[in-house]
Design a protein around this ligand. Structure first.
Ligand SMILES: C[S@@+](CC[C@H](N)C(=O)[O-])C[C@H]1O[C@@H](n2cnc3c(N)ncnc32)[C@H](O)[C@@H]1O
Length: 248
Protein backbone atom coordinates (compact mmCIF):
# COMPACT_ATOMS: atom_id res chain seq x y z
CA UNK A 1 0.00 0.00 0.00
CA UNK A 2 1.44 3.38 -0.97
CA UNK A 3 1.49 6.42 1.28
CA UNK A 4 -0.88 8.01 -1.25
CA UNK A 5 -3.47 5.33 -0.55
CA UNK A 6 -3.26 5.97 3.17
CA UNK A 7 -4.44 9.54 2.73
CA UNK A 8 -8.17 9.10 2.84
CA UNK A 9 -11.01 11.56 3.15
CA UNK A 10 -13.13 10.18 6.01
CA UNK A 11 -16.94 9.88 6.04
CA UNK A 12 -17.85 13.49 6.78
CA UNK A 13 -15.05 15.00 4.72
CA UNK A 14 -13.36 18.08 6.17
CA UNK A 15 -16.51 19.56 7.66
CA UNK A 16 -18.53 16.88 9.48
CA UNK A 17 -17.26 14.69 12.35
CA UNK A 18 -17.85 10.94 11.89
CA UNK A 19 -20.39 10.75 14.72
CA UNK A 20 -22.59 13.38 13.00
CA UNK A 21 -22.43 11.75 9.56
CA UNK A 22 -25.60 9.64 9.79
CA UNK A 23 -27.72 12.57 10.99
CA UNK A 24 -26.54 14.80 8.15
CA UNK A 25 -27.02 12.12 5.47
CA UNK A 26 -30.49 11.21 6.77
CA UNK A 27 -31.53 14.87 6.58
CA UNK A 28 -30.09 15.60 3.15
CA UNK A 29 -29.58 12.57 0.90
CA UNK A 30 -33.05 10.97 0.55
CA UNK A 31 -31.46 7.67 1.49
CA UNK A 32 -34.76 5.79 1.83
CA UNK A 33 -35.16 6.24 -1.91
CA UNK A 34 -31.96 4.49 -2.86
CA UNK A 35 -30.51 2.27 -0.11
CA UNK A 36 -33.49 -0.18 -0.11
CA UNK A 37 -33.58 0.04 -3.91
CA UNK A 38 -30.01 -1.25 -4.20
CA UNK A 39 -30.67 -4.03 -1.69
CA UNK A 40 -33.85 -5.06 -3.54
CA UNK A 41 -32.07 -5.05 -6.89
CA UNK A 42 -29.26 -7.29 -5.60
CA UNK A 43 -31.77 -9.68 -4.04
CA UNK A 44 -33.74 -9.82 -7.29
CA UNK A 45 -30.59 -10.64 -9.28
CA UNK A 46 -28.80 -13.01 -6.92
CA UNK A 47 -31.39 -14.40 -4.48
CA UNK A 48 -31.08 -14.68 -0.71
CA UNK A 49 -27.46 -15.77 -0.27
CA UNK A 50 -25.18 -13.71 -2.50
CA UNK A 51 -21.66 -12.65 -1.58
CA UNK A 52 -21.61 -8.84 -1.37
CA UNK A 53 -18.91 -6.32 -0.58
CA UNK A 54 -19.71 -2.79 0.60
CA UNK A 55 -16.63 -0.72 -0.30
CA UNK A 56 -16.04 2.41 1.77
CA UNK A 57 -18.87 1.15 3.96
CA UNK A 58 -18.51 4.09 6.36
CA UNK A 59 -20.96 3.96 9.25
CA UNK A 60 -22.71 0.93 7.76
CA UNK A 61 -26.05 2.38 6.63
CA UNK A 62 -26.07 0.52 3.32
CA UNK A 63 -24.47 -2.53 4.93
CA UNK A 64 -27.42 -2.66 7.30
CA UNK A 65 -29.97 -2.23 4.51
CA UNK A 66 -28.34 -5.14 2.66
CA UNK A 67 -28.42 -7.30 5.79
CA UNK A 68 -32.07 -6.46 6.49
CA UNK A 69 -33.11 -7.38 2.95
CA UNK A 70 -30.90 -10.50 2.71
CA UNK A 71 -30.46 -12.00 6.20
CA UNK A 72 -28.43 -14.93 4.86
CA UNK A 73 -26.17 -13.05 2.46
CA UNK A 74 -22.43 -13.14 3.04
CA UNK A 75 -21.51 -9.48 3.47
CA UNK A 76 -18.06 -7.90 3.75
CA UNK A 77 -17.75 -4.23 4.71
CA UNK A 78 -14.43 -2.60 3.74
CA UNK A 79 -13.64 0.67 5.52
CA UNK A 80 -10.18 2.18 6.02
CA UNK A 81 -10.99 4.78 8.69
CA UNK A 82 -10.86 3.15 12.13
CA UNK A 83 -13.23 5.55 13.89
CA UNK A 84 -15.86 5.25 11.16
CA UNK A 85 -15.44 1.48 10.99
CA UNK A 86 -16.06 1.19 14.72
CA UNK A 87 -19.31 3.15 14.36
CA UNK A 88 -20.36 0.90 11.48
CA UNK A 89 -19.47 -2.28 13.32
CA UNK A 90 -21.46 -1.23 16.37
CA UNK A 91 -24.44 -0.15 14.28
CA UNK A 92 -24.70 -3.27 12.15
CA UNK A 93 -24.09 -5.57 15.11
CA UNK A 94 -26.73 -4.08 17.37
CA UNK A 95 -29.63 -3.10 15.10
CA UNK A 96 -31.61 -4.80 12.41
CA UNK A 97 -29.87 -8.13 12.77
CA UNK A 98 -29.91 -10.95 15.27
CA UNK A 99 -26.68 -11.66 17.08
CA UNK A 100 -25.99 -14.68 14.90
CA UNK A 101 -26.65 -12.76 11.70
CA UNK A 102 -24.35 -9.94 12.72
CA UNK A 103 -21.46 -12.41 12.70
CA UNK A 104 -21.91 -12.70 8.95
CA UNK A 105 -20.89 -9.10 8.32
CA UNK A 106 -17.11 -9.09 8.15
CA UNK A 107 -15.78 -5.58 8.77
CA UNK A 108 -12.28 -5.27 7.38
CA UNK A 109 -9.69 -2.53 7.22
CA UNK A 110 -8.90 -1.95 3.57
CA UNK A 111 -8.79 0.41 0.63
CA UNK A 112 -10.83 0.33 -2.55
CA UNK A 113 -7.62 0.48 -4.59
CA UNK A 114 -6.31 -2.79 -3.10
CA UNK A 115 -9.30 -4.78 -1.93
CA UNK A 116 -8.52 -7.53 0.59
CA UNK A 117 -10.65 -10.02 -1.35
CA UNK A 118 -9.99 -12.93 -3.70
CA UNK A 119 -10.44 -12.78 -7.48
CA UNK A 120 -13.94 -13.73 -8.70
CA UNK A 121 -15.25 -14.00 -5.15
CA UNK A 122 -18.25 -11.61 -5.01
CA UNK A 123 -21.67 -11.56 -6.67
CA UNK A 124 -22.15 -7.84 -6.05
CA UNK A 125 -20.12 -4.82 -4.98
CA UNK A 126 -21.54 -1.52 -3.76
CA UNK A 127 -19.78 1.85 -3.60
CA UNK A 128 -22.08 4.38 -1.98
CA UNK A 129 -20.96 8.00 -1.61
CA UNK A 130 -17.39 6.73 -1.79
CA UNK A 131 -15.95 7.36 -5.25
CA UNK A 132 -16.21 11.14 -4.82
CA UNK A 133 -13.62 10.76 -2.03
CA UNK A 134 -11.02 9.45 -4.50
CA UNK A 135 -8.75 11.29 -6.93
CA UNK A 136 -9.32 10.35 -10.59
CA UNK A 137 -6.44 7.85 -10.80
CA UNK A 138 -7.67 6.17 -7.60
CA UNK A 139 -11.20 5.95 -8.97
CA UNK A 140 -9.81 4.00 -11.94
CA UNK A 141 -7.79 1.69 -9.69
CA UNK A 142 -10.77 1.11 -7.43
CA UNK A 143 -13.05 0.23 -10.34
CA UNK A 144 -10.42 -2.16 -11.74
CA UNK A 145 -10.25 -3.82 -8.34
CA UNK A 146 -14.01 -4.34 -8.37
CA UNK A 147 -13.70 -5.97 -11.77
CA UNK A 148 -11.06 -8.32 -10.32
CA UNK A 149 -13.07 -9.42 -7.27
CA UNK A 150 -16.48 -9.76 -8.96
CA UNK A 151 -17.52 -13.09 -10.38
CA UNK A 152 -18.19 -13.02 -14.14
CA UNK A 153 -21.72 -11.68 -14.47
CA UNK A 154 -21.50 -10.00 -11.06
CA UNK A 155 -22.91 -6.52 -10.47
CA UNK A 156 -21.39 -3.23 -9.40
CA UNK A 157 -23.61 -0.54 -7.85
CA UNK A 158 -22.27 3.00 -7.69
CA UNK A 159 -24.40 5.47 -5.74
CA UNK A 160 -22.83 8.90 -5.86
CA UNK A 161 -23.05 12.49 -7.00
CA UNK A 162 -23.53 13.06 -10.72
CA UNK A 163 -23.90 15.87 -13.20
CA UNK A 164 -26.08 18.63 -11.72
CA UNK A 165 -29.64 18.82 -13.08
CA UNK A 166 -29.43 22.64 -13.14
CA UNK A 167 -27.77 25.68 -11.56
CA UNK A 168 -29.46 25.09 -8.20
CA UNK A 169 -28.04 21.56 -8.00
CA UNK A 170 -24.63 22.84 -9.15
CA UNK A 171 -24.68 25.40 -6.32
CA UNK A 172 -25.68 22.77 -3.78
CA UNK A 173 -22.80 20.55 -4.89
CA UNK A 174 -20.22 23.24 -4.06
CA UNK A 175 -20.75 22.33 -0.38
CA UNK A 176 -19.58 18.77 -1.14
CA UNK A 177 -16.64 20.15 -3.12
CA UNK A 178 -15.65 22.26 -0.12
CA UNK A 179 -15.94 19.28 2.22
CA UNK A 180 -14.38 16.57 0.06
CA UNK A 181 -12.19 18.45 -2.42
CA UNK A 182 -12.46 19.76 -5.97
CA UNK A 183 -10.11 17.25 -7.63
CA UNK A 184 -11.94 14.26 -6.22
CA UNK A 185 -15.37 15.58 -7.21
CA UNK A 186 -14.62 17.07 -10.64
CA UNK A 187 -15.56 13.97 -12.65
CA UNK A 188 -18.89 13.78 -10.81
CA UNK A 189 -19.78 17.37 -11.62
CA UNK A 190 -18.84 16.73 -15.26
CA UNK A 191 -21.09 13.67 -15.46
CA UNK A 192 -18.17 11.34 -16.26
CA UNK A 193 -18.96 8.54 -13.84
CA UNK A 194 -20.89 6.28 -16.27
CA UNK A 195 -18.08 6.53 -18.83
CA UNK A 196 -15.44 5.82 -16.20
CA UNK A 197 -17.30 2.66 -15.22
CA UNK A 198 -17.74 1.54 -18.83
CA UNK A 199 -14.11 2.37 -19.73
CA UNK A 200 -12.89 0.10 -16.92
CA UNK A 201 -14.44 -2.86 -18.73
CA UNK A 202 -17.88 -3.17 -17.17
CA UNK A 203 -20.79 -3.88 -19.47
CA UNK A 204 -24.43 -2.84 -19.48
CA UNK A 205 -24.03 0.34 -17.44
CA UNK A 206 -27.50 1.42 -16.41
CA UNK A 207 -28.71 4.37 -14.37
CA UNK A 208 -31.27 3.05 -11.90
CA UNK A 209 -32.08 6.36 -10.25
CA UNK A 210 -31.32 10.06 -10.48
CA UNK A 211 -32.36 12.29 -7.60
CA UNK A 212 -32.17 15.89 -6.47
CA UNK A 213 -30.73 16.16 -2.96
CA UNK A 214 -29.78 19.04 -0.69
CA UNK A 215 -26.13 18.45 -1.64
CA UNK A 216 -26.68 18.14 -5.38
CA UNK A 217 -27.68 15.65 -8.04
CA UNK A 218 -27.24 12.02 -7.06
CA UNK A 219 -27.36 8.89 -9.19
CA UNK A 220 -27.33 5.13 -8.78
CA UNK A 221 -25.53 3.25 -11.53
CA UNK A 222 -25.50 -0.50 -12.04
CA UNK A 223 -22.96 -2.28 -14.26
CA UNK A 224 -21.96 -5.86 -14.92
CA UNK A 225 -18.71 -7.70 -14.83
CA UNK A 226 -18.35 -9.31 -18.28
CA UNK A 227 -18.75 -13.06 -18.47
CA UNK A 228 -15.56 -14.84 -19.57
CA UNK A 229 -16.99 -16.41 -22.71
CA UNK A 230 -18.77 -13.35 -24.09
CA UNK A 231 -16.15 -11.86 -26.37
CA UNK A 232 -18.81 -9.73 -28.02
CA UNK A 233 -19.88 -7.97 -24.78
CA UNK A 234 -20.19 -4.30 -25.53
CA UNK A 235 -20.34 -1.22 -23.35
CA UNK A 236 -23.79 0.00 -24.08
CA UNK A 237 -23.62 3.29 -22.24
CA UNK A 238 -26.18 4.67 -19.85
CA UNK A 239 -29.89 4.17 -20.05
CA UNK A 240 -32.42 5.49 -17.59
CA UNK A 241 -34.43 2.37 -16.87
CA UNK A 242 -36.31 2.37 -13.60
CA UNK A 243 -36.38 6.13 -13.19
CA UNK A 244 -39.66 7.81 -12.56
CA UNK A 245 -40.21 11.04 -14.51
CA UNK A 246 -39.88 13.25 -11.43
CA UNK A 247 -36.34 11.97 -10.94
CA UNK A 248 -35.22 13.78 -14.04
C1 LIG B 1 -19.15 9.58 2.55
S1 LIG B 1 -18.65 8.07 3.27
C2 LIG B 1 -19.86 6.92 2.65
C3 LIG B 1 -20.15 5.83 3.65
C4 LIG B 1 -21.22 4.83 3.23
N1 LIG B 1 -20.82 4.06 2.05
C5 LIG B 1 -22.55 5.46 3.00
O1 LIG B 1 -23.22 5.11 2.01
O2 LIG B 1 -23.00 6.26 3.81
C6 LIG B 1 -17.22 7.62 2.32
C7 LIG B 1 -16.42 6.53 2.99
O3 LIG B 1 -15.38 6.10 2.11
C8 LIG B 1 -14.24 5.85 2.91
N2 LIG B 1 -13.05 5.93 2.06
C9 LIG B 1 -12.31 7.02 1.75
N3 LIG B 1 -11.28 6.68 0.96
C10 LIG B 1 -11.40 5.33 0.75
C11 LIG B 1 -10.63 4.38 0.03
N4 LIG B 1 -9.54 4.74 -0.65
N5 LIG B 1 -11.04 3.10 0.04
C12 LIG B 1 -12.14 2.72 0.72
N6 LIG B 1 -12.89 3.58 1.43
C13 LIG B 1 -12.52 4.87 1.46
C14 LIG B 1 -14.26 6.91 3.99
O4 LIG B 1 -13.50 6.55 5.11
C15 LIG B 1 -15.76 6.98 4.29
O5 LIG B 1 -16.12 6.16 5.34
Amino acid sequence: MTAEKNTIIPAGGRLVPAHAYDTIVAATMREQRWRPRIANDIAARFGDTPTIVDIGAGTGSLTRALRERMPTASITAVEPDRQTRTIGQTKTNSQGATHAQSDWIAWVDGHAEALPLDDDSQDAAVMALMLHHLAPVHKQRALSEVLRILKPGGSLYVADFGQPHDLLMAAAFTIIQLADGVTTTRDHRAGKLPKLVADTGFTATTRLLRLRTLFGSFEVLCAESPSRDSSDDSHIGVSATGSSPQDW
